[in-house]
Design a protein. Structure first.
Length: 94
């Protein structure tokens, strides 16, 4: 299994302990997890995992953009207010 397949398998099983790999071979599968998955299942999970990561990133971006938007709206100033602020800051730096 490649790294992407390993990660998808761990993700699918909620990072359960006892799953072990040596090199690229699955060497230990805990009986409590049920039957050992086959490669067709793992390949499906790679797609599910990639979709999950994309959705998660989209959600983070939306939250970040929302915060940025609120911050910018709080900082909205008229050109005159902005000029006054610049002058104030220049005076402070003298």
């Amino acid at each position: 299994m490649n790294e992407e397949e390993k990660m998808a398998l761990f993700w699918k099983y909620n990072f359960a302990s006892g799953i072990k790999f040596v090199d690229d071979s699955l060497t230990n599968w805990p009986p409590a997890l049920g039957p050992r998955p086959d490669m067709a299942d793992v390949r499906d999970w790679v797609i599910e995992h990639a979709t999950f990561l994309e959705d998660e990133q989209t959600a983070r971006d939306q939250v970040s953009n929302g915060r940025r938007s609120r911050t910018l709206s709080k900082l909205s100033m008229t050109p005159g207010q902005l000029e006054d602020l610049v002058e104030l800051l220049r005076d402070e730096l003298k």
